[in-house]
Design a protein around this ligand. Structure first.
Ligand code: RP5
Length: 169
């Protein structure tokens, strides 16, 4: 039987899927069960409202919302839940994602949305951030995240060593 999802990844359209899959990969890396679905703030507001109101009761602990253009998805979700909402801006228009970034980051006082970088790096960080939120009450998950950060640091050490070796030749 699949595990109860703890994180919900939602996106405005299936055209966002390639980017939002990166959030899923990050969660998989830390063994965090998640669900993934589509919900458009503009095309299906009733569906978004139903999702937002019901997420906590279904056991979801954090929400990652990706959208492009006039990206209201994360905000409308945050308006109807007390779960933490992480927003991923997607470059879906000729404005290259700046439109989405500004729509997500400029939330009115009282409706917080944690906005990450545009595109794949942002989606990856959204997954890691969601795992970090869960890790505040999960010591085993916190250990996995600490090991991940140590791995990143070792990667820099390796690059430094290789750079020095190449310059010594
Ligand atoms: C947004 O409009 C979606 O999040 C997507 O990034 C963008 C384009 O959607 P489609 O026209 O490809 O469905 O709502």
């Amino acid at each position: 039987m699949p595990s109860q999802p703890l994180v919900s990844i939602v996106m405005g359209s299936d055209s966002d899927l390639e980017i939002m899959n990166e959030a899923g990969k990050a969660l998989e890396q830390f063994g965090v069960p998640y669900e993934i679905d589509i919900c458009s703030a503009h095309r299906s507001p009733a569906r978004c409202s139903e999702f937002s109101r019901g997420a906590a009761a279904r056991g979801i602990r954090a929400i990652i919302a990706g959208a492009g253009g006039a990206a209201h998805l994360a905000g409308v979700i945050a308006a109807e839940t007390t779960l933490p909402v992480i927003a991923v801006p997607i470059a879906a228009t000729p404005l290259g994602g700046l439109d989405s970034l500004l729509a997500m980051v400029q939330m009115p006082s009282g409706i917080p949305v944690a906005t990450v970088a545009i595109g794949k790096p942002g989606a990856t960080n959204a997954g890691i951030l969601a795992a970090q939120i869960l890790a505040t009450s999960d010591a085993a998950l916190a250990e996995k995240l600490a090991a991940y950060k140590q791995k990143l640091a070792r990667g820099v050490e390796d690059k430094s060593r290789k750079l020095k070796e190449s310059r010594a030749k």
